[in-house]
Write a protein that binds this ligand. Structure first.
Ligand SMILES: [Zn+2]
Length: 287
């Protein structure tokens, strides 16, 4: 799933490739991706893209006098740039193609979504704040004014575990399952620690890990072509998705906790004083 760093890199990529160009055609292939009906998709046609913005994990294409095209790629969605779009209309029901945007140059992009859970979303709105997921977003962790004090103020009221708090888009915008694992590993902190229980020293450590992990990931992703971003993200992860492999910091075996629809990874030596966290699925299997 693309998170803040990858969406930021896509924003840069699209700024370079779209701004100043005219959208000639928007073709929905999977009808379920479109979450709004007024204005219609056709209102984007004939409009020039003037800017590309990122809000959390949302991308926003602003047009000259027309509506905004806002998209959330969700867990299995992706954007594929095409130097030359295929001739003829795309056929519905074939493969992962969800929506195609064509420019006057013959270039364009496809939004695709793998798997059966269809969560990729497209909104055509006059103002990005009309998108409920955008309106709900908490502060951007890379914003200049997001200092340690603002971070501490967010956590102090959180009676949840820190892993869940970091992933909550209405608390902090843009961090998902992968980068929350990476941030907690960098901060040497248990994912199950209660957010409100952090000491000032732990808050400082977590804040530094949040900013450093995301900044480094943005810098790595910058300039990487859209098609290579996923591989780039995966290659730099230290714990996320690496169950059973050695921790690159201490060599301990990376462990996993599974939930109904996701899992988290962590290093016991670096994060939990060497103790494995309870995994309900594993303990059930072992009974
Ligand atoms: Zn470790």
């Amino acid at each position: 799933m693309p998170e803040l760093p990858e969406v930021e890199a896509l924003k840069d990529f699209l700024t370079e490739h779209l701004v100043g160009h005219e959208i000639v055609r928007v073709l929905p292939v999977a009808i379920s991706v479109l979450k709004t009906y007024d204005p219609p998709l056709a209102a984007l046609e004939g409009r020039e893209v003037t800017a590309v913005h990122r809000y959390g994990k949302f991308l926003d294409l602003a047009t000259d006098g027309g509506p905004h095209f806002v998209t959330h790629l969700a867990r299995a969605g992706w954007l594929q740039w095409k130097d030359r779009l295929p001739d003829g209309p795309p056929r519905p029901g074939k493969g992962p193609l969800a929506l195609r945007v064509a420019l006057e140059t013959g270039e364009g992009f496809d939004l695709t979504e793998a798997g059966t859970q269809k969560r990729l979303a497209v909104y055509v709105v006059h103002d990005p704040q009309e998108v409920p997921g955008v309106a709900r977003l908490g502060p951007d962790p890379l914003a200049d004014d997001f200092d340690e004090q603002s971070f501490a103020a967010l956590l102090v009221r959180e009676r949840r575990q820190i892993k869940g708090a970091l992933r909550d888009q209405s608390l902090i915008a843009g961090v998902g399952n992968a980068y929350s694992d990476e941030i907690l590993h960098a901060a040497r902190m248990s994912p199950f620690k209660l957010a409100a229980s952090l000491t000032p020293e732990e808050t400082t450590r977590l804040y530094d890990a949040l900013r450093t992990t995301l900044t480094e990931a943005v810098e790595r992703s910058r300039g990487v072509a859209a098609g290579r971003l996923k591989a780039e993200k995966k290659s730099a992860l230290r714990v996320h998705g690496r169950t059973g492999l050695p921790c690159p910091v201490c060599g301990d075996t990376i462990r996993e906790v599974s939930f109904s629809d996701s899992s988290l990874q962590y290093c016991p030596t670096c994060q939990t004083g060497g103790k494995p966290l309870a995994d309900r699925r594993m303990s059930r299997l072992l009974k």
